[in-house]
Design a protein around this ligand. Sequence first.
Ligand code: GAR
Length: 215
Amino acid sequence: MSEKRIVILISGRGSNMEAIFRAKLPLRIAAVISNNPDAPGLQTARTRKLATAVVDQRQFSDREEFDAALMAAIDSYHPDLVVLAGFMRILGTACVTHYKGRMLNIHPSLLPAFPGLHTHRRALATGARIHGCTVHFVTPELDYGPIVIQAAVPVLADDTEDTLAERVLSEEHRIYPQALRWFAEDRLVLTADDRVDVGQARTASGTLLAPPLDA
Ligand code: GAR
């Protein structure tokens, strides 16, 4: 079986991209593409000798034109999978449909809680005791597609947005490489009712209680 190819889309720091790179997955990172020419992650990608490209959203007057240019850039690398890793631009329906079943995203909340922005701030504001992150297939509805894997972390009494974000981000760096490894191994199957079967996945065990029960 030939090695599958992925294209990673970033908008900023690129720490998830870096985690994917470091995981040494049996996948070829064909390119890293950003909508933001100043994304620090682009420099990281260049340091790693990955091919990079920029489709600068400021150069397009409407969403359709930008999406078309982005799709052309992505498709020129012939990816099997498009990996959104901190890509902060909403893609139109035509674009998402073009990559149906071939595009993953990571979102910093336990979806379907807190789609959209400022997830950590909103989790703190609601008094949630458990928060986390989700890797899911992308569908036209924002932050809603079939879920591959989630990680949960406790929200601590003295958490700030930054400390909570940091705790969640560490888990992002674990679950995204895992999801991609499953993809590389042909273990992600989208079912007819829009769920994800992870072939041979181990059964989850243990319960995260926050705060824990009295001993
Ligand atoms: C990550 O926390 C990712 O989950 C989030 O942006 C951050 C990017 O960090 N993505 C979204 O909010 C998408 N809705 P990174 O550039 O260091 O990977």
